[in-house]
Design a protein around this ligand. Structure first.
Ligand code: SF4
Length: 427
């Protein structure tokens, strides 16, 4: 197999998105799976990848792909933990269906050395193991695609029970699930009808097959996926989670609450919850006191992490750690409380924070120009009129101010810079 080239395209399937996910689902609700795959490639021929585990059911989707687009990229997450039989099966299906572009996606070696040096992370923290062996490597490669096709089905888990044919996920990608409505019986019938090769372990009782350490034999009558992460409260590896740790759902406009880079987008971050674990929480704004109490665990956490600063929190306490955060949220609980501006300036000007700096809480129209000046790069806006003003680009820049900030070169009103003289050196 060929190691995947990491592409850095920002191209997205605009035509597909323009048609609207809802109308696509309406058009293709009654269509068969082959038509769904055809449609995805027809609309976005160079922008679609297929992600396959080469597990027990994978032959069905890949057989269809062989008929529609055998040269399409097929991404196989080569975690380093697969059964040897799965690696054989990759070769079998490639040859049988004429798939010419199967790519093995491997984990980052630095991540493995740092977070899983003994290769036993699956025993102690399977979520993190899946994250560094599957989710992160896939996310990097998906940067090059606007959409991906999966083999997920509604019957597999309760979370997947509402799966549509087409989803728009919060990272602005289209996910296509041609087999969403299939049942287990449909799969068996299709495999027999087309004489598809079985995974070598299927007849030994492995009905759903992932990495070897996390897959076990399923007894007669048991749910096929019960052999995955048996005994653990885990049903998904994480590649189908949205940024916020939930299964991706079709996005609707009202969920686009984060204003960033001139437009409203879906917010990948969420608030800290009481039962969150410092060691494996991700895309979460952790309140500053909670971070300080569990600092070592948060610093060892391999996932993207955020920080929440409330009025009264001492930003100086995290001065050494600001580079650890991908996003820092500064709360403005009331229009009259301006402490958030000072926190922002300290973070940017004194501590050199370069990540996303967002204002949350009572973010109103009049505050926004001052927020931009203090270094904020994103806003969470719930106030309807403010939201409308941002959408219509009606937020005026500040032209008169009495106190300069260091985030940009500013001269306060009333001063006459042309009269300034350098301060003479003491004699
Ligand atoms: S399935 Fe198991 S071994 Fe594979 S990445 Fe996840 S935790 Fe690790």
């Amino acid at each position: 197999m060929v190691q995947a080239d990491v592409m850095h395209s920002t191209h997205k399937p605009d035509r597909l998105r323009e048609l609207g996910i809802l109308s696509l689902n309406g058009m293709f609700d009654e269509q068969d799976s082959l038509s769904v795959i055809r449609q995805a490639f027809e609309i976005s021929p160079k922008d679609m990848a297929v992600v396959s585990s080469f597990g027990a059911d994978s032959a069905v989707l890949l057989h269809m792909l062989g008929q529609v687009a055998p040269d399409a990229p097929v991404l196989f997450l080569e975690t380093g933990k697969h059964f040897p039989e799965t690696l054989e099966y990759v070769e079998t299906l490639k040859t049988r269906f004429g798939l010419t572009n199967v790519r093995a996606i491997t984990p980052d070696s630095a991540d493995l050395a740092r977070f899983d040096p003994t290769g036993q992370l699956w025993e102690t923290d399977p979520d993190s193991c899946c994250h560094i062996r599957k989710t992160e490597p896939l996310n990097v490669v998906l940067e090059g695609y606007g959409g991906w096709i999966t083999g997920r089905k509604r019957f597999q888990t309760s979370d997947r029970g509402v799966l549509p044919h087409f989803e728009l996920t919060s990272d602005d990608r289209i996910k296509v699930n041609p087999l969403a409505y299939w049942t287990n019986d449909d799969i068996e019938v299709y495999k027999k009808a087309h004489n598809l090769p079985e995974h070598p372990l299927y007849n030994a009782g492995y009905k759903s097959i992932g990495c070897a350490p996390c897959t076990s034999v399923v007894a007669e009558g048991e749910d096929p996926r019960s052999g995955r992460w048996r005994g653990l409260n885990k049903t998904e590896c994480g590649i189908h989670f949205d940024f916020n740790g939930k299964i991706a759902k079709p996005m609707v406009e009202t969920q686009l609450t984060l204003f960033k880079d001139g437009k409203f987008i879906a917010d990948p971050w969420r608030a800290w919850a009481e039962d969150d674990q410092p060691a494996n929480v991700r895309y979460t704004h952790v309140p500053l006191p909670v971070f300080l109490e569990n600092r070592q665990a948060f610093l060892a956490n391999p996932h993207p992490l955020g920080l929440l600063i409330n009025p009264g929190d001492k930003v100086e306490d995290v001065a050494e750690d600001v580079a650890r955060f991908a996003s820092i949220a500064v709360a403005f609980p009331a229009f009259t409380d301006g402490r958030g501006y000072s926190s922002a300036r300290l973070l940017v000007e004194r501590f050199g924070f370069k990540g996303e700096l967002r204002a949350v809480g009572d973010v109103l129209h009049d505050q926004i120009p001052h927020m931009w000046r203090c270094g904020f790069t994103a806003l969470v806006v719930s106030h309807a009129a403010t939201r409308k003003a941002l959408e219509e680009n009606r937020i005026a820049a500040v032209t008169l101010f009495m106190q300069p900030v260091g985030a940009s070169v500013e001269v306060p009103a009333g001063t006459r810079p042309f009269l300034r003289r350098p301060v003479p050196e003491p004699a």
